[in-house]
Design a protein around this ligand. Structure first.
Ligand code: SF4
Ligand code: SF4
Length: 92
């Protein structure tokens, strides 16, 4: 069985960081901030890539506040909470 969040299969929850490649300067700050192996520094292009999005903790957005370029964004938090409530209702 794959990862789950509150009993909901993780793949049903679209919570993951998105990096704006135009803004990213490859400083690696997000990589250092996240303990979950979500990011990988692509040394060829000198930018960060979201390598394992499903490792991102649902509703966490900590790394975004460490990015001086404001290159990291997340889905709408309220919308995600509504979706989670719906998925939880479906499950019960
Ligand atoms: S912190 Fe921002 S600028 Fe630095 S590597 Fe991450 S996304 Fe790119
Ligand atoms: S939001 Fe949290 S878990 Fe997700 S990539 Fe950023 S620091 Fe890691």
């Amino acid at each position: 069985m794959g990862r789950a969040y509150m009993g909901i299969p993780r793949e049903k929850i679209p919570w993951r960081p998105e990096v704006d490649m135009e803004k990213c300067v490859g400083c690696g700050q997000c990589l250092e901030t996240c303990p979950n192996g979500v990011y990988l520094l692509d040394t060829e292009i000198g930018k960060i890539v979201v390598a394992v999005p499903e490792n991102c903790v649902v509703l966490c957005n900590k790394c975004a506040s460490f990015c001086t370029q404001e290159a990291i964004s997340f889905p709408d938090i309220q919308e995600t909470k509504r979706l989670l409530a719906m998925l939880l209702r479906e499950k019960s």
